[in-house]
Design a binder for this molecule. Sequence first.
Ligand SMILES: Cc1cc2nc3c(=O)[nH]c(=O)nc-3n(C[C@H](O)[C@H](O)[C@H](O)COP(=O)(O)OP(=O)(O)OC[C@H]3O[C@@H](n4cnc5c(N)ncnc54)[C@H](O)[C@@H]3O)c2cc1C
Length: 485
Amino acid sequence: MPDRMLQFVRLGQQNPDKRSAMVRRSDFGEIYAEFAPPQAAAQASRCSQCGVPFCQVHCPLSNNIPDWLKLTAEGRLEEAYEVSSATNNFPEICGRICPQDRLCEGNCVIEKSFDSVTIGAVERFITDTAFEQGWVKPIKPVRELPQSVGIVGAGPGGLAAAEELRRRGYQVHVYDRHDRVGGLLIYGIPNFKLEKEIVLRRHALMVESGIVFHLNTEIGRDLSFADLRARHAAVLVATGVYKAREIGGPGAGLAGIVPALDYLVAANRTGLGDAVLEFSNGTLDARGKHVVVVGGGDTAMDCVRTAVRQGAASVKCLYRRDKANMPGSLREVKNAEEEGVEFVWLAAPEAFIGGTTGPDGVERVRSIRAARMHLGLPDASGRQSVEPIEGGHFTVPADLVIKALGFDPEDIPAAFEAPDLTVTRWGTLKTGSTTFMTSLPGVFAAGDIVRGASLVVWAIRDGRDAAQQIHGYLKQTTAVAVAAE
Ligand SMILES: Cc1cc2nc3c(=O)[nH]c(=O)nc-3n(C[C@H](O)[C@H](O)[C@H](O)COP(=O)(O)OP(=O)(O)OC[C@H]3O[C@@H](n4cnc5c(N)ncnc54)[C@H](O)[C@@H]3O)c2cc1C
């Protein structure tokens, strides 16, 4: 066991073993192995224990990273778990899917000359060990409070808030339109980044903690928002953003052009053992097809890598900017390239060309006519504009086109029949910047539905902060809660 920190001067960065691209192309298992304990201790000991830890400063949860790295280096794993879980409800999830290269690891001070500490892999190791050792326990509130809180949405934002409120003793009810909890953790993010058992394990723990889940319950359809408000002393809306941005142009309505989330949900459900008609009838299965994914974010990366694993004949990613300007994590681009995905940078679809007609008589896409683009002058936001190069056209074969251009919020005031629920000009719910309360008293909001499409770690942070605000609100407004304090 290393006896001191700052070992970066003599010990190089080592990530957990990554399965070879050839092997991982053929299954949906996670691609990284777990650290062995000595390896985790050694890698943790590379931390330079900065006085002002930029890793912590740039972590949305302000995780106390230097402390849990030191405890790991000393083999004091139960304490490392205590410190890590004090600020993060789901460290094993963040350890797997946070874009560490842009957050903690990207800001590690040794990163410039020595390669950063492998913070994400150590975080995952600590929490997976804690689960194996039985250190992760259901929440047992010190006292039960009579008030109940209704949470709409069982994604990371809603679940983090649920845990924090339950810890304080509230009766917590989580409503979700899906049949499983996790939001995008279960049906959006593929298994090769986050194995679904990890999410289901958390769900089981929350049930044991006394959090009540109402699944297959869509607010606004199966239960009205007004009835929900009448049931609970406070409500948190954490419904995420799901309206897919559309592609225009001639032929955009041909069969075989599908939204990214439909495709990923079908793949994830199939992996979980559900019978998915659109997968079994081939509509949302890439097997044997020439697949083109349009977009350059994390969703696009998840689609291309899923298509590879489904046995596509070829997989291309068309993105209108270049590699340096893509929004997705470069780590995921590298993984996709290793797995055989071809990136076509500076290219945008102009038209979708049909050809064959399926047994249903509907014309299907056969290829895409694309324009070559170049980056122009920066706009007001500082981002370079993209313009087509005159005469720069080309055609790519495509019999499955996946649209991954991002998401906008659904019309929540309309869906909830709550016209007084104020939204921003982007359609996200408007909340007080520190109160998390919407324009309706006792109705709070958190996660992507407030921020717009973002990250899991931000949803967790918002869920925690919103829980704190709901607690303050209930203490103020309810004499019973004040007495129970
Ligand atoms: C394909 C994909 C890959 C991603 N990969 C990453 C990644 O690698 N790392 C990362 O940090 N982030 C990633 N993200 C972003 C991340 O998943 C989201 O930022 C995060 O899940 C937002 O959490 P949330 O709780 O706000 O919403 P969500 O996770 O979207 O959960 C919202 C929940 O609300 C439910 N709901 C919606 N409306 C209703 C209603 N009316 N009634 C009842 N229930 C309702 C939904 O069913 C859903 O379960 C990815 C996103 C996508 C789409």
